[in-house]
Write a protein that binds this ligand. Structure first.
Ligand code: SAM
Length: 438
């Protein structure tokens, strides 16, 4: 693999004797790892990712598209270094916190955070609209109802009225840690691009800073190695925005490197991609006027059929969005409604049903939700070939299934809905999620 000479020079300055081992590792195959959802116990734990209890390495890369469990959200394919976020959350953020993942697509860190926040709320945001849809799909597959997916600019949050206990900024960066995964990152790399990225990161941080509570936690990360985007930006946050560095407990055998503030994952030392992560605590309030949350929207729950409540297990408030009904965890319904009113929200809570005349059509978000009351629906467990046929969007024929909406499962894990008409079944798997012929 050919790397830009200015990049090699920088890395030689940073790593001295270790640079050749680093460059060799950066040219070698990427390790494959997954993080398992609590929907299902899957892989054996012979090769755990040491810093994340749900993470494990796989001996080789399976054809994930051919595995219905992948589409059911039983696991997320995530490179191992990124799972270090678990340590930042475990050591600094409580399980009932309100957290914003500002740069969230495709959703690796968001799915981890939503699982960690067992009694909290995650707002997962992505500025690029097409990527925000992918984020929303991955969040729905993961199945936690404690999540809102937005497509907003960082500055929009400062005026939203919602203040966060923690904010994750997994910043767009020059991507040096991705060189072996994405040769495009090598072609785009230049010292000028590194400077531009460092500057953009400061703009993003400045814009989001007012939305972080005083004493709140910022987790700043990049997948690049240069100091400008990493330690220098952390020092800039402390001096210019007002924050204190929060050290984490790490084990020596994890082979993580530190140069002052922040934790670095180098591919020749840890099994994973390049990553930089630092945790900071906001020391002073931002002197801007933050609107108090006040919901003008009248609850429309009176027009929502009460039988929908039986479709879920847990404490949810139902809310309509046009002809659709979503279920919001009651503890966070007010904040979620406020975000729905003010931000470009793509999904919130559990997408439950569509009301068409007198019929209620169960939605894909419900099928994959951890909160579905499976007792409320007829279901059929499919084999591998039929599951793939379903995920391709083909018409299905179900023998011995009752007429009406039927929940399809693979390995007892829901994958979606069909409407059984007797001689055939209409496939309700969302068009945009369908897989191509495999
Ligand atoms: N956190 C994600 C995960 O773990 O799956 C990966 C995020 S990726 C490193 C950075 C994201 O920042 C991209 O999705 C990109 O579209 C988004 N982004 C680009 N420009 C941005 C900006 N000006 N403000 C906020 N986010 C931006």
């Amino acid at each position: 693999m050919e790397f830009p000479s200015a990049f090699v020079d920088n890395m030689r300055t940073l790593l001295s004797d270790e640079c050749d081992a680093f460059l060799a590792a950066l040219s070698s195959d990427t390790p494959v790892s997954v993080r398992v959802n609590d929907k299902l116990a899957l892989f054996d734990d012979k090769m755990p990712v040491p810093w994340c209890p749900d993470g494990c390495y796989l001996p080789e890369r399976p054809f994930f598209t051919k595995d219905p469990l992948f589409h059911a959200g039983a696991y997320y394919v995530q490179e191992a270094s990124s799972m270090f976020l678990y340590q930042a959350l475990r050591q600094c953020v409580s399980h009932d916190a309100v957290v914003l993942d500002l740069c969230a697509a495709p959703g690796g860190k968001s799915t981890l955070a939503s699982q960690y926040l067992s009694h909290g709320l995650l707002v997962a945001n992505e500025v690029v609209r097409s990527r925000a849809y992918i984020l929303s799909e991955n969040i729905q597959k993961w199945g936690n109802g404690n999540t809102v997916v937005c497509n907003n600019q960082p500055a929009d949050f400062a005026s939203s009225g919602v203040m966060f206990d923690a904010i994750l900024v997994d910043a767009p960066c020059s991507g040096e840690g991705m060189f072996r995964k994405d040769e495009g990152a090598i072609a785009e790399w230049s010292p000028a691009n590194v400077r531009m990225c460092a500057e953009r990161q400061r703009e993003i941080l400045t814009a989001i800073w007012p939305a972080l509570k005083e004493g709140g936690i910022l987790v700043y990360s990049t997948c690049t190695f240069n100091r400008e985007e990493d330690e220098e930006n952390v020092n800039w946050i402390m001096e210019e925005l007002g924050a204190e560095y929060v050290p984490l407990d790490i084990e020596e055998k994890w082979n993580i490197t530190t140069y002052g503030e922040g934790y670095r994952f180098f591919p020749h030392k840890t099994q994973g991609e390049g990553l930089f992560m630092a945790v900071l605590s906001k020391t002073a309030p931002t002197s801007t006027h933050v609107r108090k949350i006040k919901n003008n929207k009248k609850s429309k729950s009176s027009v929502i059929p009460s039988e929908l409540k039986k479709w879920l297990v847990g404490d949810f408030t139902l809310s309509s969005a046009g002809t659709f009904v979503r279920a919001l965890p009651t503890a966070y319904a007010e904040i979620m409604e406020s975000l729905i009113e003010r931000m470009r929200v793509l999904s919130a809570g559990v997408k439950l049903a569509e009301q068409k005349g007198k019929s209620l059509i169960p939605q894909q978000g419900l099928a994959l939700s951890k909160h579905i009351n499976r007792e409320a629906f007829s279901s059929v467990n499919l084999g591998l070939e039929d599951s793939l046929k379903y995920l391709r969007g083909e018409a299905m024929q179900l023998t011995d299934a009752p007429l009406g909406y039927v929940l399809l499962k693979y390995n007892e894990l829901p994958i979606g809905w069909v409407k059984n008409l007797g001689n055939r079944s209409n496939n309700l798997y969302p068009n945009e999620w369908r897989i191509r012929k495999v």
